[in-house]
Every structure is written in C-alpha cells, then in structure tokens.
Design a protein around this ligand. Structure first.
Ligand code: SAM
Length: 227
C-alpha cells in the first residue's frame, strides 16, 4: 500500500464533497469548541488538517490556525479555509519545541501506522500545560471486524473476529462511509490508541464517547491530553 500522501491524493475532491456537509459531527464539534476555550490570537496547529473542514471552529475560538497534512491534494482545498498550511508528516513536524499552546487532531489515527510517533511530535511541540484535543473513530466500534452498514435499519451491529489484529485493512472499515475502501484503514486497539498518547508523556485529562450517528453503540471517541 502506498504512503499516507498517496492514500488521499486523488480522493480529495470526493472527500471534501462527501464530508463537508456534516463534518465535524455536532457532538464532536461541541466538544472541540468547549475544549478550545478562547485562543486570544494564539497559534493552534490543526494536525492532519485534511481539506480544512475543522478550521472554522478553531478560528472562531480566536486562534490563528496553522494546518499540516501529508497530502498535497488535501491541502489544495485546505488553503482556502486556513490562514496557513504546509505539507508535513505528523511524525516529523516542522514546528519548534515547546512553541504551541494547542494542537487539534481530528480523525487521523486510522490513517497512519505510527500514531505513537505523531503523539510524540505533539508532545515535543506543546508548551508546558499545552493541550492536545483529539477526536476520531472509536477503536472498539469501528473497524474491519464490525459491519455497521445495517445499523440504521435493523438497530443491530455484526461483529466478527479481528479486533486484536492491528494493521491496514484495505477493504475498509465497515462503517459505510466508503472512505476506508478508498484510502485504507489502519486499525488499532483501544489500548494501542490510548497507549500512544500516554507513552508520549502527555497526561490524558478527559475522554468522551460520541454517537457520531450510531444508534446502537458510539462511533467516535475524543480526548484532551495535557503536557
Ligand atoms: C480522515 S482525514 C481527516 C482530515 C481532517 N482532520 C478532518 O477532520 O476533516 C485524515 C487526514 O490525515 C492525513 N494524514 C494521513 N497520514 C498523515 C501523516 N503521516 N501526516 C500528516 N497527515 C496525515 C491525510 O492526508 C488526511 O488528510
């Protein structure tokens, strides 16, 4: 499978059109707004910013938003929504040590193998007491081991073996979005996901679960971690 860049390159027009209507979802947006507080003109890094769909609430909270993403195609769209964007790997961020108060990461831990390396970069860039605000797909309830496509009609989920199998699932994530089938999906267990943050040296201060449109079980998870 190709690198993170190639995974989204060529899919950005589809991604932006498919997600711009409802992304970020309402509960996650409220969580983001509450965690952001007021920025007073400080810089906030939007890590793996994609096409910039989460930039407006960050700017509305009074931050100067700087977006990084590995996909040039995604950044083509983000440029119109963010003050500043640059192509960079989240695992090798071109940001000075202890220079940023807030990093926002939305829905990217399933798009790269080494989420722990990205978390370490976040920890390095954050000032003391700086915060990571993260939301993404719930490792327990979205993945190649669960089929949620019939959930809305039947109010039932179909689980299969495979939760403990960390790795790329190129046939998609079973969530019905169509995204995983296009760009791949890197499944991590809950322990792998939370462990990546914990091992970076950040302290997890809050964890939330969001329905994300699910009617049986949550689809998304969010957390705030502090340096
Ligand atoms: C599902 S999109 C989310 C984009 C945006 N945060 C949002 O919520 O709309 C995941 C993004 O992660 C980016 N990505 C994947 N691997 C990356 C990496 N190693 N470094 C930076 N960005 C990466 C992809 O290019 C893609 O834009």
């Amino acid at each position: 499978m190709a690198s993170g860049a190639a995974r989204y390159d060529g899919h950005s027009a589809w991604y932006d059109q498919a997600f711009s209507v409802f992304h970020p979802p309402g509960e996650e947006l409220a969580f983001l707004r509450q965690a952001l507080g007021t920025g007073h003109g400080q810089v906030c890094v939007d890590l793996a910013c994609g096409t910039g769909l989460c930039a407006q609430p960050i700017a509305d909270a009074g931050y100067r938003v700087v977006g990084f993403d590995i996909s040039a195609d995604q950044l083509r769209f983000a440029r119109g929504r963010l003050g500043a964007v640059a192509r960079a790997d989240a695992c090798l961020l071109p940001v000075r040590d202890e220079s940023v108060s807030v990093v926002v990461g939305m829905f990217f831990h399933t798009d790269l193998e080494d989420f722990a390396a990205a978390a370490r970069q976040v920890a390095r860039c954050l000032r003391p007491r700086g915060r990571l605000i993260y939301a993404g797909l719930h490792p327990c309830f979205i993945g190649p081991f669960v089929d949620r496509t019939r959930e809305p009609a039947e109010r039932v989920l179909h689980f299969a073996p495979g939760y403990d199998g960390t790795g790329w699932a190129d046939r998609g994530s079973g969530d019905g979005s169509g995204l995983g089938g296009r760009v791949g999906f890197h499944h991590k267990t809950l322990a792998g996901f939370l462990g990546a943050i914990a091992s970076s040296g950040l302290s997890i201060r809050a964890v939330r679960e969001f329905s994300g449109g699910g009617v049986v079980l949550p689809r998304n998870i969010g957390l705030v971690a502090e340096k």
